[in-house]
Design a protein around this ligand. Structure first.
Ligand SMILES: Nc1nc2c(ncn2[C@@H]2O[C@H](COP(=O)(O)OP(=O)(O)OP(=O)(O)O)[C@@H](O)[C@H]2O)c(=O)[nH]1
Ligand SMILES: [Mg+2]
Length: 471
């Protein structure tokens, strides 16, 4: 199996290969780049790309006298390139067939396909980038959430902030342990109490950073919001309204939606996956039942819900079942009373009392974020739905300071926490200071890994292999 190395000449498309596009870029990196490209690139002018680094040279790609494509070539002479190696970038037409053909030829001529993250790995090996910078670049490429673009500029120092916060504590604990080994005539009890206090504090800090980072990773992938209600309540109408589309079918026939339909929208720049669902009711229809079952199973992945009822067609048994489902799964919800346009004036007067009485358990529950009477048909109070979703996401962002760590950094933080927990237990068990000293050193080793210090080749490859292909 191939592994990262600096000797092979590697190639890969560095632009999207999943759909045809006007232009694609194929990058070659390594000592044989020029030699290989010289065999297939024929400039249309007297310009030699080798003599003109960083200049686009126009020409044709040909192999065994067969014309493949017109292209622009740019040569980046080492060490003045992204990776520090000789790089040649072929700008060709972005048709998948052309890209594949050129890659096949490059491989025949001695290139190997780049592994995921290999260009970044080379840039780090050649001291063009630090590991943190490489991680930052990967984040920028893979980020799907607008929110993180506004924040990520400020996120560069997040791991520095965490590490300096934790480092102070670790060093204090280490020196306390060492002092007790060296001078056992200290005020043992006082020192011991201090050690308990500090190691508990370390544990607490680590746990709070872990929880925050886990939550932010979740935010990175977007929140999921499920619309729940009886058949015909207006779930699909609401789905289409929030997404400003006609994706979900709306009819007056109860049971129109049979399967979960999903699409995305943004609230405060956070990506929200919205799920339209079949009405949760007892039915003999096999297909509808499967959809209902899928909805119930999917509820574990939901971050908040919109619970919608039809004021013109109540069914308290079904409404109660949905309410129970939300409460059992601890899911916050916005409660909507739809179709208030169907109420006559007299009904209207009665309805406020009626609504108050019959829905009070749904409104007053702590999981209820807001309750709104609306008409999706007459566009009544519909702006309040959007406002409430926005204030919900806004509160989430305010309540959770931005501590974005990628999955790898998070797993390092968990390792530090795991070993510092061992240390804390040993301290409580009154283990000898010599053992505590060994344990704090293990914590420090893990801490160095978190800070990208003293990384083994294996750990390093592991970081980069999670990056995307072509980077
Ligand atoms: N009068 C009135 N009708 C509405 C309102 N909102 C939706 N409807 C109508 O109610 C019917 C059902 O709407 P849908 O959005 O398909 O309801 P649903 O909850 O998705 O229904 P199922 O997919 O069958 O579970 C359609 O005829 C809509 O036009 C409203 O505010 N007022
Ligand atoms: Mg529907």
């Amino acid at each position: 199996m191939n592994s990262y190395n600096l000797t092979d000449t590697i190639c890969s498309p560095v632009t999207n290969i999943y759909f045809n596009a006007p232009v694609a870029i194929i990058r070659l990196d390594g000592n044989k780049s020029i030699k290989i490209v010289k065999k297939i690139f024929f400039a249309h002018s007297n310009h030699s790309f080798i003599d003109s680094p960083r200049t686009a040279v126009y020409g044709s790609i040909k192999y065994k006298k067969n014309f493949i494509d017109d292209s622009l070539l740019i040569y980046f002479k080492k060490p003045n390139s992204f990776t520090g190696n000789d790089i040649v970038e072929i700008n060709c037409h972005g048709n998948k067939i052309i890209i594949e053909k050129i890659l096949e030829i490059l491989i025949c001529l001695g290139c190997r396909l780049a592994l995921p993250g290999e260009f970044l790995w080379r840039a780090v090996q050649n001291n063009k980038l630090s590991i943190s910078q490489a991680e930052q670049i990967n984040e920028t490429i893979t980020q799907e959430n607008r929110f993180f673009f506004s924040k990520s500029n400020n996120s560069k120092n997040i791991s520095n902030i965490i590490s300096s916060d934790i480092y102070k504590l670790i060093i204090e604990i280490k020196s306390l342990i060492e002092v007790n080994i060296d001078f056992s005539d200290q005020d043992i009890d006082l020192e011991y109490q201090k050690l308990v206090k500090l190691s508990k504090l370390l544990q607490e800090k680590l746990n709070s950073y872990i929880l925050l980072a886990e939550f932010q990773i979740k935010l990175k992938h977007g929140l999921t919001c499920m619309i729940l209600g009886n058949v015909n309540a207006g779930k699909s109408t609401l789905f289409n309204f929030l997404l400003n589309t006609n994706r979900s079918i709306v009819t007056h026939i109860p049971g129109t939606t049979r399967d979960i339909v999903s699409d995305y929208f943004f609230s405060n720049d956070l990506k929200i996956k919205l799920l339209d669902t079949p009405g949760i009711r007892k039915t003999k229809n096999i297909i509808e039942n499967i959809g209902i079952l899928n909805t119930i199973n999917e509820i574990n992945n939901v971050d908040f819900a919109i619970f919608i009822v039809d004021i013109s067609n109540r069914n308290s048994e079904i409404e109660n079942n949905i309410f129970k489902l939300l409460v059992e799964n601890n899911i916050k919800y916005i409660f909507l009373i739809n179709k208030i346009d169907t109420l006559t004036n007299i009904d209207n007067i009665k309805s406020s009392l009626f609504i108050e009485n019959s829905f009070s358990s749904y409104f007053s529950h702590p999981l209820c974020i807001a309750n709104i009477s609306i008409s999706l048909k007459s566009n009544l109070n519909t702006n309040l739905i959007v406002n409430n979703i926005d204030s919900f996401t806004n509160n989430l962002l305010i309540d959770n300071p931005f501590v974005y760590l990628n999955n790898y950094k998070l797993s390092c933080l968990k390792e530090i926490s795991h070993f510092s927990n061992d240390l804390y237990s040993s301290i409580l068990e009154n283990q000898p200071y010599e053992i505590l000293a060994e344990q704090i050193n293990i914590v420090i080793n893990q801490f160095n890994i978190f800070n990208n210090k003293n990384l083994s080749e294996e750990v390093l490859s592991n970081i980069f292999s999670q990056f995307c292909i072509g980077k």
